[in-house]
Ligand binder design. Structure first.
Ligand SMILES: [Zn+2]
Length: 165
């Protein structure tokens, strides 16, 4: 690694969980998310990249949205736009759902989504032993995202306190 590259990369610190904030039962695809985030305003948000590295769809399937590698550095090409201000040190995962039929926050995770998310978090901890897992709402108190208590759920599935923000 060149010195220049080393100076530009940052150590990955957080794994942040999001929801798509869509009503229970609605199918959302990778293409939907990329369009919402990167289409020019007012159709989309006009971001340069999508907000997440991976998503867990309504069937519990893991879908990659933005490529990333295995190491502890977050390089520019891996960065996603999930939470302004910390994206350079964060990895973002989203599950599809998070609202009830009237668009109020609700933990809509199905058993297969919970199963997939649990495996995802446990594998992430193996890969990045010092990572701290958090919900989007830890960094933005005005948001309900991801519509469940991340710390409580991480404890319930047996993750170490070291990996819970
Ligand atoms: Zn979010």
């Amino acid at each position: 690694m060149t010195l220049t590259k080393k100076m530009m990369t940052k150590q990955l610190e957080y794994l942040i969980i999001h929801c798509t904030a869509t009503p229970i039962g609605r199918i959302v695809t990778k293409e939907d998310i990329v369009a919402w985030h990167t289409d020019p305003k007012p159709r989309g948000r006009g971001w340069s990249k999508a907000g997440y590295s991976d998503m867990i769809d309504i069937d519990g399937k893991l879908v990659n949205i933005t490529p990333f590698d295995q190491d502890d550095d977050k390089e520019a090409w891996e960065v996603t736009n999930g939470v302004r201000g910390i994206n350079g040190v964060a990895h973002h995962i989203v599950y599809v759902g998070g609202c009830d039929a009237r668009m109020q926050p609700m933990d809509t995770r199905t058993p297969v989504q919970k199963g997939a998310l649990g495996i995802y978090l446990k594998y992430a901890v193996l890969r990045w032993p010092n990572i701290k897992i958090a919900g989007h709402n830890y960094f933005d108190a005005g948001k309900a995202c991801p519509s469940f208590d991340v710390a409580q759920w991480c404890r319930a599935i047996g993750l170490s306190e070291n990996n819970i923000l």
